[in-house]
Design a protein around this ligand. Structure first.
Ligand code: NOJ
Length: 600
């Protein structure tokens, strides 16, 4: 026990040091208000989400072609511990199981994505259509509908057919626009009688920046300063084309909607009285969400992007801006191609102005913005390194969307938090806290007049978390990846989310507190179930460990607070030790008195 005690003291000391070293921001200026008790508008849609490559597995089964993620994850050194999505949650074989989990939560909708190479193995429609792939999605859709769950379908959640990458350079090439449109058209034709919500792209920011600028994601290209802008340009055109295809060929009979799911962190000025910080924070959001949303709602890139990338390009001696331009015809073709806007949001940053050098060698999307990102070390960060829980940022982002893009219809398509655990932990109190506070900020945004129609918790299951492998768990349901059957276990947050859905919000403090308490109580029995299954499992293999040292200090503190062993330790010091001491003193006193009496 002693080393653990020392570790706790050490962590507390580290946090104190860390806090005193932190920037001296004026936090009092950010008054983020109290919890708001109330309900969502009638008909508000509650859901959870997943994506094909992250959950399906069956990467080479039933005629599926290779995607860029299949190839990328099989290269050594690209993914943490060289994990792959080859089998992942085996979702391909578990339609019934997963729909029953969705039913258990009483969700109104379920968001999933279609794997392009599962339907069209080479990505080129005229080559071959894989009917077995069509059958799989047919079954999933039918099963959802039989259970009164509305499917929300994403057409592109990052798994481009590998052939298109090899042959054309993927999203660097304008020919993707037509290939993607043909794939989308096939989906409208085969599934559109049952699907009313289509999302063209999921988080194109990540595709562009991490796929073609930093190379952390597939296809792993590092085309700094150019690649991301070119990929985004083609993606925006592809989105617009698919929207028009639906609008002219399918909307009349199918009566659905086509949107896009954009991600955006909120950027808050470090010093809200400093004009330079205010502008830097605005730039941060414009380079993130605005990069895609502004062309789609207003027909062109944000002015600030055109100005900054244009100026830097000129300073670098380039004849034209590295940010491509849309022709007048393209602008009017792209403008207004969004029936609803999907928002994926997880976290917030403090932003301050920072001038970056303009030489050609350091040119990149990141340096183009002339800003620095900061975080408050007191923000909880229970999982992914980048994911700090800052609920008030969510309300601000939603209000930003309302004012910038004419109050569009919004579906929150992703929101949630991960955990890094080397051992079983179904009592995810920090996730309950995250959901409670973020959903509450969304409720406040609706009261502000933001037109949010639905919310999608990310994610239904733990799954393959891209370059982080299986080390970050976002699921409401825990997946035992060590077991070949990939069994699912409910975390405490399932109980909590279920109650939010059943009440369509937060009725009153007493009840909401009760939900939290009950959820945490029931999870210990699920924990025991999982532990027993582990003991009995013959397939038990050692999982990679994420060592505590790899976690940030704040995360360590949080873990200590929630660690059952630590609370047991506290109980021992607070109750058992004093009781034993008192009893020993009493007994010694009695014994002494007895001895003295005998002497007399
Ligand atoms: C956004 C991505 O769309 C999703 O696939 C991923 O799991 C989450 N970010 C969390 O990293």
């Amino acid at each position: 026990m002693l080393p653990r005690c020392e570790a706790s003291v050490c962590h507390v000391l580290m946090l104190v040091l860390c806090l005193s070293a932190a920037e001296d921001f004026d936090w009092t200026k950010n008054n983020h208000g109290a919890f708001y008790y109330g309900t969502f508008p009638a008909g508000f849609s509650w859901g959870a989400g997943s994506s094909a490559y992250q959950t399906e597995g069956a990467w080479d089964k039933d005629g599926k072609g290779l995607s860029i993620w299949d190839v990328f994850s099989h290269k050594k050194g690209k993914i943490l511990l060289n994990e792959t999505g080859d089998s992942s949650c085996e979702g391909y074989y578990k339609i019934k199981d997963d729909v029953s989990l969705i039913k258990e939560l009483k969700l109104n909708h379920y968001r999933f994505s279609i794997s392009w190479p599962r339907l069209i193995p080479t990505g080129i429609k005229s080559d071959h259509i894989n009917e077995k792939g069509i059958q799989y999605y047919d079954q999933l859709i039918d099963h959802l509908l039989e259970n009164k769950i509305t499917p929300i379908v994403t057409l592109y959640h990052w798994d481009l057919p590998q052939v298109l990458q090899e042959k054309y350079g993927g999203w660097q090439n304008i020919s993707m626009v037509n290939h993607f449109n043909e794939f989308a058209n096939l989906c409208f034709e085969r599934f559109g009688n049952r699907i009313k919500y289509w999302i063209t792209f999921n988080n194109p920011w990540s595709v562009a920046v991490e796929g073609y600028e930093t190379g952390e994601h597939a296809p792993g290209l590092k085309l700094r300063g150019m690649g991301a802008y070119r990929a985004a340009h083609n993606i925006i055109k592809a989105h617009a084309k698919v929207w028009h295809t639906y609008d002219t060929q399918w909307r009349g009979k199918q009566k659905g909607m086509v949107g896009i799911s954009l991600s955006g962190d909120w950027g808050e000025p470090v010093d809200i009285s400093n004009q330079k910080d205010i502008e830097a924070a605005e730039r941060y959001v414009q380079f993130y969400l605005g990069w895609f949303a502004t062309p789609i709602f207003h027909g062109d890139y944000p002015q600030v992007m055109k100005d900054f990338v244009g100026r830097k390009s000129a300073q670098q001696g380039l004849g034209t801006s590295r940010l491509p331009t849309f022709s007048p015809q393209e602008k009017s073709y792209i403008k207004g191609t969004c029936d609803f806007l999907g928002i994926g949001h997880f976290t917030t940053r403090y932003i301050t102005q920072k001038n970056n050098p303009s030489d050609r060698s350091s040119s990149s999307y990141f340096t183009d913005r002339d800003l620095a990102e900061l975080v408050d070390p007191r923000w909880p960060d229970p999982g992914s390194e980048w994911l700090y829980s800052v609920p008030w940022g969510f309300r601000r982002l939603l209000n930003f969307v309302k004012t910038q893009y004419g109050n569009p219809m919004i579906y929150v398509t992703e929101n949630g938090v991960s955990e890094k655990m080397s051992c079983t932990e179904l009592c995810d109190e920090w996730r309950i806290q995250y959901f409670k506070e973020y959903i509450n900020e969304m409720l406040k945004a609706i009261k502000d007049g933001v037109n949010v129609k639905g919310y999608t918790a990310w994610s239904l299951l733990d799954k393959f978390e891209w370059d982080e492998g299986y080390s970050e768990r976002f699921g409401l349901y825990y997946v035992d990846f060590r077991n070949r059957n990939k069994p699912r276990y409910p975390k405490a947050s399932v109980q909590f989310y279920k109650r939010v859905i059943a009440s369509n919000g937060f009725p009153n403090q007493r009840e909401v507190e009760n939900w939290r308490r009950k959820a945490v109580e029931t999870c210990s029995s699920s924990n025991q179930l999982l532990a027993a299954a582990r003991r009995n499992s013959k397939e038990h293999t050692e999982m990679p460990k994420v060592w505590p040292e790899q976690r940030s200090t704040a995360a360590n503190i949080l873990r200590l607070i929630h660690d059952p062993l630590t609370s047991h330790m506290e109980m021992v010091t607070e109750i058992v030790v004093p009781t034993v001491c008192t009893l020993s003193i009493l007994l010694s006193a009695i014994f002494l008195m007895f001895l003295l009496r005998r002497r007399n």
